[in-house]
Design a protein around this ligand. Sequence first.
Ligand SMILES: [Zn+2]
Length: 421
Amino acid sequence: MKKIFIGVLLLIAIFLALKNQSTFSPETVKSEPVIPTVHENSRETIYSEIKGSIKKGETFFNIFKKYKLDISELFQIREAAADVHGLRELHPGQQYKITVDNNEKVNSLEYRINDDAVLNITRTGSGFYARKIPIPYEKKILHIGRVIKDNLISSFGEGRENLILALELSDIFAWDIDLSTDIRNNDTVKIVVEGLYLDGAFKKYGDIQSVEFTNNGQVYKAHRFVNNGIAGYYNDNGNSFKKAFLKAPLNFRRISSYYSKSRFHPILKSYRSHHGLDYSAPTGTPVSAIGDGKIVFRGNKGGYGRLIVIRHPNGYETYYGHLARISKDVHNGTRVNQGQVIGYVGQSGLATGPHLHYEVRINHKSVNPLALKMPSGESIPDSLMAEFRSFRNQMDTELASIRTPDFTFARKMNGTSSNKL
Ligand SMILES: [Zn+2]
Protein backbone atom coordinates (compact mmCIF):
# COMPACT_ATOMS: atom_id res chain seq x y z
CA MET A 1 0.00 0.00 0.00
CA LYS A 2 2.83 2.40 0.93
CA LYS A 3 4.51 1.79 -2.42
CA ILE A 4 1.42 2.81 -4.32
CA PHE A 5 1.01 5.90 -2.18
CA ILE A 6 4.59 7.00 -2.83
CA GLY A 7 4.16 6.19 -6.50
CA VAL A 8 1.12 8.44 -6.72
CA LEU A 9 2.95 11.29 -4.98
CA LEU A 10 5.85 10.87 -7.37
CA LEU A 11 3.55 10.99 -10.39
CA ILE A 12 1.85 14.13 -9.14
CA ALA A 13 5.24 15.73 -8.49
CA ILE A 14 6.43 14.88 -12.00
CA PHE A 15 3.19 16.18 -13.44
CA LEU A 16 3.48 19.46 -11.55
CA ALA A 17 7.12 19.81 -12.56
CA LEU A 18 6.30 19.29 -16.23
CA LYS A 19 3.37 21.66 -16.01
CA ASN A 20 5.54 24.37 -14.49
CA GLN A 21 8.23 23.85 -17.07
CA SER A 22 5.87 24.51 -19.90
CA THR A 23 4.07 27.52 -18.45
CA PHE A 24 6.83 29.38 -16.65
CA SER A 25 10.01 30.87 -18.07
CA PRO A 26 13.30 29.39 -16.73
CA GLU A 27 13.88 32.51 -14.56
CA THR A 28 10.61 32.09 -12.70
CA VAL A 29 11.36 28.45 -12.09
CA LYS A 30 14.69 29.46 -10.55
CA SER A 31 13.10 31.93 -8.14
CA GLU A 32 10.18 29.65 -7.32
CA PRO A 33 11.40 26.09 -7.01
CA VAL A 34 8.75 23.43 -7.33
CA ILE A 35 8.10 21.68 -4.06
CA PRO A 36 5.92 18.60 -4.20
CA THR A 37 3.43 19.72 -1.59
CA VAL A 38 0.46 18.41 -3.42
CA HIS A 39 -2.40 19.95 -1.51
CA GLU A 40 -2.10 22.96 0.72
CA ASN A 41 -5.39 22.14 2.37
CA SER A 42 -4.44 19.31 4.68
CA ARG A 43 -8.04 18.07 4.95
CA GLU A 44 -8.22 17.31 1.26
CA THR A 45 -7.98 13.62 0.53
CA ILE A 46 -5.58 12.03 -1.92
CA TYR A 47 -6.71 8.84 -3.57
CA SER A 48 -4.63 6.11 -5.03
CA GLU A 49 -5.84 3.47 -7.43
CA ILE A 50 -5.42 -0.26 -7.48
CA LYS A 51 -6.18 -1.62 -10.92
CA GLY A 52 -6.06 -5.09 -12.30
CA SER A 53 -7.95 -7.94 -13.88
CA ILE A 54 -9.31 -10.94 -12.05
CA LYS A 55 -7.03 -13.95 -12.24
CA LYS A 56 -8.35 -17.47 -12.39
CA GLY A 57 -9.71 -18.46 -8.98
CA GLU A 58 -9.04 -15.00 -7.54
CA THR A 59 -11.56 -13.32 -5.21
CA PHE A 60 -11.77 -9.85 -3.73
CA PHE A 61 -10.74 -11.44 -0.44
CA ASN A 62 -7.40 -12.37 -2.09
CA ILE A 63 -7.08 -8.90 -3.59
CA PHE A 64 -7.80 -7.15 -0.28
CA LYS A 65 -5.20 -9.32 1.48
CA LYS A 66 -2.66 -8.75 -1.25
CA TYR A 67 -2.92 -4.96 -0.93
CA LYS A 68 -3.36 -5.08 2.86
CA LEU A 69 -6.81 -3.50 2.74
CA ASP A 70 -9.32 -3.69 5.55
CA ILE A 71 -11.21 -7.00 5.29
CA SER A 72 -14.09 -5.67 7.41
CA GLU A 73 -14.69 -3.10 4.67
CA LEU A 74 -14.84 -5.91 2.13
CA PHE A 75 -17.67 -7.49 4.13
CA GLN A 76 -19.57 -4.19 4.09
CA ILE A 77 -18.94 -3.86 0.36
CA ARG A 78 -20.07 -7.41 -0.27
CA GLU A 79 -23.30 -6.76 1.60
CA ALA A 80 -23.97 -3.55 -0.29
CA ALA A 81 -23.35 -5.32 -3.62
CA ALA A 82 -25.46 -8.40 -2.84
CA ASP A 83 -28.65 -7.11 -4.46
CA VAL A 84 -26.90 -5.62 -7.48
CA HIS A 85 -24.26 -8.16 -8.44
CA GLY A 86 -22.81 -10.77 -6.10
CA LEU A 87 -19.13 -10.04 -5.43
CA ARG A 88 -18.37 -13.75 -5.66
CA GLU A 89 -19.58 -13.96 -9.26
CA LEU A 90 -16.27 -13.03 -10.82
CA HIS A 91 -14.99 -13.92 -14.25
CA PRO A 92 -11.26 -14.25 -14.91
CA GLY A 93 -9.96 -11.45 -17.10
CA GLN A 94 -12.58 -8.89 -16.04
CA GLN A 95 -11.15 -5.57 -14.88
CA TYR A 96 -11.48 -4.02 -11.45
CA LYS A 97 -10.41 -0.74 -9.88
CA ILE A 98 -10.26 0.10 -6.19
CA THR A 99 -9.62 3.65 -5.00
CA VAL A 100 -8.15 4.04 -1.55
CA ASP A 101 -7.74 7.25 0.46
CA ASN A 102 -4.63 8.33 2.34
CA ASN A 103 -5.92 6.60 5.46
CA GLU A 104 -5.97 3.35 3.47
CA LYS A 105 -9.78 3.26 3.55
CA VAL A 106 -11.55 1.99 0.48
CA ASN A 107 -13.37 4.85 -1.24
CA SER A 108 -14.76 2.98 -4.21
CA LEU A 109 -14.63 -0.36 -5.95
CA GLU A 110 -15.48 -0.99 -9.56
CA TYR A 111 -15.82 -4.33 -11.30
CA ARG A 112 -16.62 -4.78 -14.96
CA ILE A 113 -19.52 -7.26 -14.96
CA ASN A 114 -19.69 -7.73 -18.72
CA ASP A 115 -19.57 -5.83 -22.01
CA ASP A 116 -22.52 -3.70 -20.98
CA ALA A 117 -22.19 -2.79 -17.32
CA VAL A 118 -19.85 -1.95 -14.46
CA LEU A 119 -20.57 -2.68 -10.81
CA ASN A 120 -19.79 0.52 -8.90
CA ILE A 121 -19.61 0.62 -5.12
CA THR A 122 -18.94 3.96 -3.46
CA ARG A 123 -18.44 4.96 0.15
CA THR A 124 -21.29 6.99 1.59
CA GLY A 125 -21.58 8.62 5.00
CA SER A 126 -22.89 5.48 6.60
CA GLY A 127 -21.35 2.66 4.58
CA PHE A 128 -21.27 1.65 0.94
CA TYR A 129 -23.69 2.12 -1.92
CA ALA A 130 -23.73 -0.25 -4.91
CA ARG A 131 -25.16 0.25 -8.39
CA LYS A 132 -24.81 -1.07 -11.90
CA ILE A 133 -23.63 1.55 -14.38
CA PRO A 134 -24.10 1.01 -18.11
CA ILE A 135 -20.89 1.37 -20.08
CA PRO A 136 -21.17 4.68 -21.94
CA TYR A 137 -20.63 3.52 -25.48
CA GLU A 138 -20.77 5.98 -28.31
CA LYS A 139 -23.17 4.66 -30.93
CA LYS A 140 -22.53 4.95 -34.63
CA ILE A 141 -24.61 3.58 -37.45
CA LEU A 142 -22.67 1.14 -39.59
CA HIS A 143 -23.46 0.15 -43.14
CA ILE A 144 -22.14 -3.25 -44.05
CA GLY A 145 -22.36 -5.11 -47.34
CA ARG A 146 -21.16 -8.65 -47.91
CA VAL A 147 -21.21 -11.24 -50.65
CA ILE A 148 -21.58 -14.80 -49.38
CA LYS A 149 -18.72 -17.12 -50.25
CA ASP A 150 -18.84 -20.72 -48.99
CA ASN A 151 -20.81 -20.01 -45.83
CA LEU A 152 -22.38 -17.18 -43.88
CA ILE A 153 -19.86 -17.06 -41.05
CA SER A 154 -16.68 -17.03 -43.08
CA SER A 155 -18.19 -14.32 -45.31
CA PHE A 156 -18.31 -11.95 -42.34
CA GLY A 157 -14.62 -12.27 -41.60
CA GLU A 158 -12.56 -13.19 -38.59
CA GLY A 159 -13.21 -12.31 -34.98
CA ARG A 160 -15.79 -12.74 -32.28
CA GLU A 161 -17.85 -9.68 -33.21
CA ASN A 162 -18.24 -10.75 -36.82
CA LEU A 163 -19.29 -14.21 -35.69
CA ILE A 164 -21.91 -12.73 -33.37
CA LEU A 165 -23.23 -10.50 -36.16
CA ALA A 166 -23.62 -13.49 -38.48
CA LEU A 167 -25.45 -15.44 -35.77
CA GLU A 168 -27.77 -12.51 -35.00
CA LEU A 169 -28.58 -12.45 -38.68
CA SER A 170 -29.31 -16.18 -38.68
CA ASP A 171 -31.72 -15.66 -35.78
CA ILE A 172 -33.67 -12.97 -37.65
CA PHE A 173 -34.27 -15.28 -40.60
CA ALA A 174 -34.59 -18.55 -38.65
CA TRP A 175 -38.27 -18.79 -39.70
CA ASP A 176 -37.72 -18.19 -43.43
CA ILE A 177 -34.30 -19.31 -44.52
CA ASP A 178 -32.36 -22.42 -43.54
CA LEU A 179 -28.98 -20.75 -43.37
CA SER A 180 -27.10 -24.03 -43.18
CA THR A 181 -28.54 -25.51 -46.37
CA ASP A 182 -30.24 -22.70 -48.35
CA ILE A 183 -27.20 -20.40 -48.66
CA ARG A 184 -25.86 -19.94 -52.19
CA ASN A 185 -22.57 -18.49 -53.34
CA ASN A 186 -23.04 -14.85 -54.37
CA ASP A 187 -26.02 -14.33 -52.08
CA THR A 188 -25.72 -10.81 -50.69
CA VAL A 189 -26.34 -9.25 -47.29
CA LYS A 190 -26.74 -5.55 -46.54
CA ILE A 191 -26.93 -4.52 -42.91
CA VAL A 192 -27.65 -1.29 -41.04
CA VAL A 193 -26.34 -1.97 -37.55
CA GLU A 194 -25.31 -0.01 -34.47
CA GLY A 195 -21.60 0.04 -33.74
CA LEU A 196 -20.62 0.63 -30.12
CA TYR A 197 -17.41 2.58 -29.54
CA LEU A 198 -15.34 3.40 -26.48
CA ASP A 199 -12.75 6.18 -26.74
CA GLY A 200 -13.12 6.16 -30.50
CA ALA A 201 -12.36 2.45 -30.84
CA PHE A 202 -14.92 -0.05 -32.11
CA LYS A 203 -15.91 -2.44 -29.33
CA LYS A 204 -18.88 -4.41 -30.58
CA TYR A 205 -22.07 -4.39 -32.60
CA GLY A 206 -25.34 -3.23 -31.08
CA ASP A 207 -28.76 -3.96 -32.52
CA ILE A 208 -29.23 -4.75 -36.18
CA GLN A 209 -31.62 -2.02 -37.34
CA SER A 210 -32.36 -3.35 -40.76
CA VAL A 211 -31.14 -6.05 -43.08
CA GLU A 212 -31.64 -7.01 -46.68
CA PHE A 213 -30.75 -10.57 -47.57
CA THR A 214 -30.79 -11.73 -51.16
CA ASN A 215 -30.94 -15.52 -51.10
CA ASN A 216 -30.98 -17.45 -54.37
CA GLY A 217 -32.51 -14.43 -56.12
CA GLN A 218 -35.19 -13.81 -53.52
CA VAL A 219 -35.00 -10.63 -51.44
CA TYR A 220 -35.83 -10.69 -47.72
CA LYS A 221 -35.95 -7.47 -45.74
CA ALA A 222 -36.27 -7.19 -41.97
CA HIS A 223 -36.62 -4.02 -39.91
CA ARG A 224 -36.26 -3.83 -36.14
CA PHE A 225 -39.25 -2.30 -34.42
CA VAL A 226 -40.45 -2.12 -30.82
CA ASN A 227 -44.05 -3.23 -30.51
CA ASN A 228 -45.73 -3.49 -27.11
CA GLY A 229 -42.37 -3.04 -25.42
CA ILE A 230 -40.83 -5.98 -27.27
CA ALA A 231 -38.30 -5.50 -30.07
CA GLY A 232 -38.79 -7.73 -33.08
CA TYR A 233 -38.11 -7.88 -36.80
CA TYR A 234 -40.79 -7.08 -39.33
CA ASN A 235 -40.97 -7.29 -43.10
CA ASP A 236 -41.84 -4.32 -45.33
CA ASN A 237 -45.54 -4.83 -44.63
CA GLY A 238 -45.07 -4.81 -40.87
CA ASN A 239 -45.51 -8.57 -40.38
CA SER A 240 -43.33 -10.25 -37.78
CA PHE A 241 -40.79 -12.81 -38.92
CA LYS A 242 -41.74 -15.04 -36.02
CA LYS A 243 -43.85 -17.99 -37.07
CA ALA A 244 -45.19 -21.17 -35.52
CA PHE A 245 -42.48 -23.27 -37.19
CA LEU A 246 -38.80 -22.60 -37.75
CA LYS A 247 -37.47 -23.14 -41.25
CA ALA A 248 -35.28 -26.05 -40.17
CA PRO A 249 -34.84 -28.39 -37.18
CA LEU A 250 -31.07 -27.85 -37.32
CA ASN A 251 -30.69 -24.38 -35.89
CA PHE A 252 -27.84 -22.43 -37.45
CA ARG A 253 -26.80 -20.77 -34.21
CA ARG A 254 -26.77 -24.08 -32.33
CA ILE A 255 -24.76 -25.79 -35.03
CA SER A 256 -22.30 -22.91 -35.17
CA SER A 257 -21.67 -22.80 -31.45
CA TYR A 258 -21.48 -26.61 -31.36
CA TYR A 259 -18.75 -26.66 -33.97
CA SER A 260 -17.01 -23.39 -33.07
CA LYS A 261 -14.28 -25.15 -31.13
CA SER A 262 -13.12 -27.11 -34.12
CA ARG A 263 -13.01 -23.96 -36.33
CA PHE A 264 -14.89 -26.05 -38.83
CA HIS A 265 -18.37 -25.36 -40.00
CA PRO A 266 -20.18 -28.44 -41.22
CA ILE A 267 -21.66 -28.27 -44.66
CA LEU A 268 -25.11 -29.73 -44.27
CA LYS A 269 -27.33 -31.02 -47.02
CA SER A 270 -31.02 -31.57 -47.12
CA TYR A 271 -32.83 -33.80 -49.54
CA ARG A 272 -36.39 -34.89 -50.04
CA SER A 273 -36.99 -38.51 -48.99
CA HIS A 274 -39.81 -41.04 -48.82
CA HIS A 275 -42.11 -38.93 -46.66
CA GLY A 276 -39.99 -36.22 -45.15
CA LEU A 277 -36.66 -34.47 -45.38
CA ASP A 278 -33.25 -35.92 -44.67
CA TYR A 279 -30.52 -33.64 -43.40
CA SER A 280 -27.10 -35.15 -43.68
CA ALA A 281 -25.12 -33.73 -40.79
CA PRO A 282 -22.26 -34.86 -38.57
CA THR A 283 -23.10 -37.10 -35.62
CA GLY A 284 -23.79 -34.96 -32.56
CA THR A 285 -25.25 -31.97 -34.41
CA PRO A 286 -27.94 -30.53 -32.08
CA VAL A 287 -31.56 -30.98 -33.21
CA SER A 288 -34.09 -28.28 -32.26
CA ALA A 289 -37.86 -28.44 -31.81
CA ILE A 290 -39.31 -26.72 -34.87
CA GLY A 291 -42.11 -25.15 -32.82
CA ASP A 292 -43.71 -25.14 -29.38
CA GLY A 293 -45.39 -28.41 -28.50
CA LYS A 294 -45.57 -31.51 -26.35
CA ILE A 295 -43.47 -34.69 -26.63
CA VAL A 296 -45.80 -37.57 -27.51
CA PHE A 297 -43.12 -40.17 -28.32
CA ARG A 298 -39.49 -40.64 -27.39
CA GLY A 299 -37.70 -43.94 -27.83
CA ASN A 300 -36.89 -46.59 -30.43
CA LYS A 301 -39.23 -47.24 -33.32
CA GLY A 302 -38.21 -49.64 -36.11
CA GLY A 303 -36.45 -48.01 -39.05
CA TYR A 304 -36.66 -44.57 -37.41
CA GLY A 305 -34.20 -45.71 -34.75
CA ARG A 306 -34.17 -43.30 -31.83
CA LEU A 307 -37.18 -41.08 -32.49
CA ILE A 308 -38.89 -38.03 -31.01
CA VAL A 309 -42.42 -37.00 -31.98
CA ILE A 310 -43.76 -33.58 -30.99
CA ARG A 311 -47.44 -32.64 -31.14
CA HIS A 312 -48.12 -29.01 -32.02
CA PRO A 313 -51.38 -27.05 -32.09
CA ASN A 314 -53.82 -27.42 -35.02
CA GLY A 315 -53.16 -31.10 -35.74
CA TYR A 316 -49.48 -30.78 -36.59
CA GLU A 317 -46.90 -33.37 -35.57
CA THR A 318 -43.15 -33.36 -36.25
CA TYR A 319 -40.87 -36.44 -36.30
CA TYR A 320 -37.12 -36.45 -35.65
CA GLY A 321 -35.49 -39.82 -36.42
CA HIS A 322 -32.13 -41.66 -36.42
CA LEU A 323 -30.98 -39.70 -33.34
CA ALA A 324 -27.72 -40.63 -31.62
CA ARG A 325 -29.26 -39.58 -28.33
CA ILE A 326 -32.18 -37.72 -26.85
CA SER A 327 -31.76 -34.78 -24.47
CA LYS A 328 -32.05 -35.76 -20.80
CA ASP A 329 -34.86 -33.34 -20.06
CA VAL A 330 -37.08 -34.61 -22.88
CA HIS A 331 -39.69 -37.12 -21.65
CA ASN A 332 -43.12 -38.22 -22.75
CA GLY A 333 -45.45 -35.33 -22.01
CA THR A 334 -42.67 -32.73 -21.71
CA ARG A 335 -43.56 -29.33 -23.13
CA VAL A 336 -40.83 -28.03 -25.42
CA ASN A 337 -40.23 -24.58 -26.80
CA GLN A 338 -39.44 -23.61 -30.34
CA GLY A 339 -35.68 -23.86 -30.87
CA GLN A 340 -35.04 -26.00 -27.78
CA VAL A 341 -32.46 -28.77 -28.27
CA ILE A 342 -34.27 -32.11 -28.03
CA GLY A 343 -31.62 -34.52 -29.33
CA TYR A 344 -28.54 -35.07 -31.47
CA VAL A 345 -28.03 -36.32 -35.01
CA GLY A 346 -26.96 -39.95 -35.34
CA GLN A 347 -27.59 -43.02 -37.48
CA SER A 348 -29.75 -45.23 -35.29
CA GLY A 349 -32.32 -47.45 -37.06
CA LEU A 350 -32.19 -47.86 -40.84
CA ALA A 351 -29.61 -45.29 -41.86
CA THR A 352 -26.51 -45.62 -44.00
CA GLY A 353 -24.80 -42.56 -42.54
CA PRO A 354 -25.45 -39.93 -39.88
CA HIS A 355 -28.49 -37.87 -40.80
CA LEU A 356 -31.66 -36.43 -39.34
CA HIS A 357 -34.93 -37.73 -40.70
CA TYR A 358 -37.47 -34.94 -40.32
CA GLU A 359 -41.12 -35.36 -41.04
CA VAL A 360 -44.22 -33.18 -40.69
CA ARG A 361 -47.70 -34.67 -40.43
CA ILE A 362 -51.00 -32.86 -40.47
CA ASN A 363 -53.81 -34.91 -38.95
CA HIS A 364 -51.51 -37.97 -39.20
CA LYS A 365 -50.80 -37.49 -42.94
CA SER A 366 -47.25 -36.76 -44.10
CA VAL A 367 -46.73 -33.46 -45.90
CA ASN A 368 -43.71 -31.92 -47.60
CA PRO A 369 -42.06 -29.73 -44.93
CA LEU A 370 -40.65 -27.43 -47.62
CA ALA A 371 -44.11 -26.76 -49.04
CA LEU A 372 -45.61 -25.79 -45.67
CA LYS A 373 -47.27 -22.42 -45.91
CA MET A 374 -46.96 -20.79 -42.53
CA PRO A 375 -49.34 -17.97 -41.84
CA SER A 376 -47.37 -14.72 -41.56
CA GLY A 377 -46.50 -13.63 -38.06
CA GLU A 378 -48.09 -11.06 -35.83
CA SER A 379 -48.46 -7.62 -37.37
CA ILE A 380 -47.67 -4.13 -36.15
CA PRO A 381 -50.91 -2.57 -34.89
CA ASP A 382 -52.51 0.17 -37.01
CA SER A 383 -51.72 2.75 -34.35
CA LEU A 384 -47.97 2.25 -34.90
CA MET A 385 -48.00 1.73 -38.69
CA ALA A 386 -47.20 5.37 -39.52
CA GLU A 387 -44.18 5.29 -37.24
CA PHE A 388 -43.09 1.93 -38.68
CA ARG A 389 -43.48 3.12 -42.28
CA SER A 390 -41.36 6.18 -41.71
CA PHE A 391 -38.61 4.06 -40.07
CA ARG A 392 -38.86 1.51 -42.89
CA ASN A 393 -38.55 4.22 -45.54
CA GLN A 394 -35.46 5.65 -43.89
CA MET A 395 -33.95 2.15 -43.65
CA ASP A 396 -34.79 1.42 -47.28
CA THR A 397 -32.86 4.53 -48.31
CA GLU A 398 -29.90 3.46 -46.19
CA LEU A 399 -30.00 -0.14 -47.47
CA ALA A 400 -30.12 1.11 -51.06
CA SER A 401 -26.92 3.09 -50.47
CA ILE A 402 -24.98 0.01 -49.34
CA ARG A 403 -22.84 -1.62 -51.97
CA THR A 404 -21.59 -5.18 -52.14
CA PRO A 405 -19.06 -6.73 -52.03
CA ASP A 406 -17.35 -5.97 -48.79
CA PHE A 407 -18.34 -2.51 -47.80
CA THR A 408 -18.29 -0.97 -44.35
CA PHE A 409 -19.11 2.62 -43.50
CA ALA A 410 -19.71 4.34 -40.16
CA ARG A 411 -21.61 7.52 -39.42
CA LYS A 412 -22.50 9.25 -36.19
CA MET A 413 -26.02 8.74 -35.00
CA ASN A 414 -28.34 11.72 -35.25
CA GLY A 415 -29.07 13.47 -31.98
CA THR A 416 -27.55 10.79 -29.82
CA SER A 417 -25.24 11.92 -27.08
CA SER A 418 -22.20 9.76 -26.55
CA ASN A 419 -23.44 8.84 -23.10
CA LYS A 420 -26.68 7.37 -24.24
CA LEU A 421 -26.72 3.62 -24.36
ZN1 LIG B 1 -35.44 -40.24 -43.92
